[in-house]
Design a protein around this ligand. Structure first.
Ligand code: FE
Length: 253
């Protein structure tokens, strides 16, 4: 299987710190059946990772993994935190789409959605890019107002839920919200967002086992297929999104 979100490039963000860390992560990924990883280092106020250096690091890591006989291939990507000038930077060759496709990760701040989001997601699509909102299940505003995410998806954005969220490692609320997103066709990819082999590892097998038991094998196939289609630069499968059904609340007077 393919993991489209991973902080495996060494020494450039809060993921792998060294090539040794990267090798250990790749080995763990291989054990879970992952043969290809899109490396998606952060681009935010803390980590300034841009396309040229990402491409360079990916090439170096592939070389090192080959030398060590690790059968995992690394492809270039990036995880930019949303900002107003992202399109300008894309045109300046600073932004790395997922394996050079038209799919681009967009990360929101963890507790709110900037007002310009809808406009920016639109502008990206006008330029032929397909934004993929990463881990919406971990955003507290989206948890409160899932209709916002529905609107973004309805207007062409895709989303990626993190395997550890599905498996419950971020708590019960995030696990439940992840399941609601899957149930309502509001997510298109499951990826690890792995940072290391201890506190934030892959958990892909675990997540897919849970998805299979709760939603059936066809959901597992869809997510795995979509990761492949994306990697090949092809159109991914989109089911019709639905609004998340709010739990009925009974109010007694
Ligand atoms: Fe990430």
């Amino acid at each position: 299987m393919i993991d489209i979100h991973c902080h495996i490039l060494p020494g450039i963000d809060d993921g792998a710190k060294s090539f040794e860390d990267s090798i250990a992560m790749a080995k763990q990924a291989a054990k879970e059946g992952i043969h290809t990883i899109i490396a998606t280092p952060h681009l935010n106020s803390k980590y300034d990772n841009r396309k040229p250096e990402i491409l360079d690091k990916v090439e170096k890591l592939n070389h090192v993994l080959q030398e060590h006989g690790v059968g995992v291939k690394i492809l270039p990507g990036q995880e930019p935190r949303i900002y107003g000038e992202i399109l300008e930077d894309y045109q300046q060759n600073q932004i790395q789409t997922l394996n050079g496709s038209s799919y681009l990760f967009i990360e929101f701040p963890s507790n709110h959605i900037p007002r310009y989001t809808e406009r920016l997601l639109y502008d990206l699509q006008v330029k032929g890019l397909t934004p993929i909102i990463v881990h919406p299940e971990r955003n507290s505003e989206l948890m409160e107002r899932p209709e916002l995410l529905y609107q973004f998806v309805e207007k062409g954005a895709l989303t990626q839920v993190t395997a550890s969220s599905v498996a419950g490692y971020f708590g019960k609320k995030i696990k439940e919200f992840s399941n609601q997103l899957i149930e309502s066709n509001l997510t298109h990819f499951i990826a690890s967002d792995a940072h290391n082999i201890t506190s934030r590892s892959f958990k892909m097998e675990e997540a897919f086992e849970l998805i299979e038991s709760k939603f059936g094998m066809e959901h597992v196939y869809l997510f795995k297929e979509n990761a492949e289609l994306l990697t090949n630069g092809e159109n991914v499968i989109k089911e019709v999104p639905e609004q998340i059904k709010r739990k009925k609340r009974f109010i007694f007077f």
